[in-house]
Write a protein that binds this ligand. Sequence first.
Ligand SMILES: Cc1ncc(COP(=O)(O)O)c(C=O)c1O
Length: 458
Amino acid sequence: MDTTPFTNSQIVAAFDDKTRHSKARHLEARDVFPSGIVHDSRHMKPHPIYIERAEGARKWDADGNEYVDYFGGHGSLLLGHAHPSMINAVNSQVSQGTHPAACHDLELKWGQLVKLLIPSAERIRFTSSGTEANLMAIRLARAFTGKNKLVRFKNHFHGWQDHVAFGSKYAGTDNIPGIIDGIIENVIVADPSDPDGIKETLEMDGDIAAVILEPTGASSGQIPLCREFVKMLREVTKAQGIVLIFDEVVTGFRVSAGGAQAALGLLPDLTALAKILAGGLPGGAVCGRRDIMQLLDFEAAEFHGFQKIPHQGTFNANPMSAATGVEMLARVAETEVSEQANEQGRKLMAACNKAFAKSDLAWAAYGNGSSVYIFTNPDRLDIDPENFDAFAHPMSVMERASNHAAKDLFRLAMLVNGIDFNSKPGAIVSSVHTDEDIAATADAVTASIAMLREEGHV
Ligand SMILES: Cc1ncc(COP(=O)(O)O)c(C=O)c1O
């Protein structure tokens, strides 16, 4: 992070003043956790906020400040915070026991709902997180094909395990300490702005087991991918016998009830799910083609004489996550919650763009439905906020905007004005964000731009 804008900033001073209790807790936490945090995305200057309570689309910090929340439990809360149906699900299960160490009805219902909603899900295995789901998907692909290499894409995020942690947006380099060369040698981090080169690699390299991607683009669409590109990947991987993995940890049940794959009309061989899957509690799943998933099947391994992939996990499909997961996915299946969130997302984009235009600032809000991003235009392109097309710009431009120094001060200014946008910068919208929340957000955008302008940052 560029620290220059933080020196002598009135925005920083206002944030500091407003969040004194958060600051005190952060100083205490620095004696306990590296950087005082438990997830890299909480790292912010001058300090992160401590939240005490959350309900619906709002949350309240340790100083009593109220925020409209657009972090959305990192994308896991399609129904907002403390939704009555989730409280009910937790309350009715907790008294029945949190871990039977046995099969239970909720896991079965949960798996059946995944099968119902995700078009490519013939078989499912639950995990405890999205990181684990991707790890298993990659292992399945290598075991199924008998090949070694994994093709990933620059800036696409798939969690923090060794095979995917380098070359992602958050690692920012080609390698990170602690990952052995043998893994790095078998991972190709490809540039999605070179589709012809990728096609050639997939056709010429005979040792590729899998291609994994975020199907709507890096950071769930911040650097968007067009359908044509994904279609090309589907066709080439099919022709070459390469396993195509969609990481739908964020997009699953969000882009549409059936995820990005249903919206794109393109089916992967394997899919990783998490976040909305478990309704706000921990949980993940890998699902997909029966012939690949049967590598986890004792009977199939015995019958066909292959070596099964072992898989354990103390909290896989634990009853608490299964209870909220069943409740969540039943709502996705039976109601319009995914589309409601998308509709509110589109309203938020329009309201922010109006605010940018009114402030005469060439920034723009864009995205796909409930995943909203702010293009901070570091190259000062001549754009019209209300007619911005993210696909019309080279990926390098979109990438630079996602790393622009002004974004951190913008986020801070938005917090000062009562809005918790995420650090992309952007917003994850839920079905319970109201038109009033959106109007308050647009006002905060206008006020925040004025603060940035006052200090000469835009
Ligand atoms: C696209 C994507 N894949 C995988 C993950 C990792 O999931 P988890 O944090 O549950 O391990 C994330 C987390 O944000 C994600 O956004």
